[in-house]
Design a protein around this ligand. Structure first.
Ligand SMILES: [Zn+2]
Length: 298
């Protein structure tokens, strides 16, 4: 029996999956499956020069090993150019997007507030970005785990880029386009992305898209406060360690699987975890709900 819940996991293929991204995958998977929802996987490969050509396949293989099975076809953002172009055109037509040739030097570390005049020579060369006109005032939303989150449009956000000067689509425009196109109703992801949420909601509103329900889980950080990433402790997940790592990930997400399930295989462990998923165990927590010491032993 399926419900109207549609969730997703949307990694950027900049390297193999590590523990930090497994947590986001697992939490979004459990939240979706516990509500009989669908769980989609989308590869956010918008910037090929910065990506590892093998990483997408590696990520999908690891998800498979963990028995985190997704619904439908995997979507690749690299194949969505036309859809993003149409969305940009809609934003242009409704005067929500404007061309901007301001250099980093001109902005001098300040946010971009209000439309600017594009110099004629840039107009001809095509050497400019497109920005979303964010407006002014306060905007907030209620996060499923973190409570109310509020930002000032002009002081915290500014007119943000939707198409980069050097060509690629921005993360914000692509995410909003695909979440709407795939009818995503629930977004569960790391709290490091919480400050993108109001940008995304502004775009959704400008485009008349439904606004999904957002929950931001804590991130795994090293003792020096650095987010786990492939640059530090977070070594790539190993397929033959999946049983131990899945168990550790559940404990880290403050779930309490019974000890006698420990060696019964990923499928059985996930089945238990879906039935007993307690998202609220993570409410209000921003980082490391449990120590990361075990990562060093693996
Ligand atoms: Zn500008």
């Amino acid at each position: 029996m399926s419900s109207s819940y549609i969730g997703r996991f949307a990694p950027s293929p900049t390297g193999p999956l590590h523990f930090g991204s497994l947590l986001a995958a697992l939490a979004s998977y459990l939240d979706a499956r516990s509500q009989n929802g669908q769980w989609l996987v989308r590869i956010e490969n918008l910037d090929p020069p910065r990506e590892d050509p093998n990483a997408a396949d590696q990520i999908l293989n690891i998800l498979d090993t963990y028995q985190l099975h997704w619904d439908g076809e995997v979507r690749y953002q690299s194949q969505r150019n036309q859809a993003y172009l149409e969305i940009l055109n809609r934003l242009k037509r409704s005067n929500h997007a404007f061309p901007c040739g301001c250099s980093r030097k001109q902005l001098a570390g300040q946010l971009h507030n209000g439309m600017c005049q594009l110099p004629e020579h840039l107009h001809q060369s095509g050497d400019y970005a497109w920005r979303f006109c964010v407006g002014r005032g306060q905007r907030s939303f209620i996060d499923g785990l973190q409570g109310e989150y509020r930002e000032s449009l002009e002081n915290d956000i500014g007119d943000f880029v939707v198409k980069r000067r050097d060509g690629p689509w921005s993360y914000q425009l692509a995410v909003v386009t695909d979440d709407a196109d795939q009818n995503v109703t629930h977004v569960v992801r790391g709290i490091d992305l919480i400050d993108s949420t109001i940008r995304q909601q502004c775009l959704q509103q400008a485009l008349d898209f439904p606004i999904p329900h957002y929950s931001h889980i804590p991130v795994a950080v090293e003792s020096n406060g650095q987010k786990l990433s492939k640059q530090n402790l977070a070594t790539a997940l190993q397929p033959d360690e999946s049983g131990n790592t899945l168990w550790d990930a559940l404990l880290w997400l403050r779930q309490s699987p019974p000890a006698d399930l420990r060696n019964s295989g990923n499928e059985a462990v996930l089945k238990w975890a879906i039935t007993h998923w307690q998202r609220q165990a993570l409410a209000g927590i921003k980082e490391n709900p449990a120590p990361l010491d075990f990562l060093r032993h693996n």
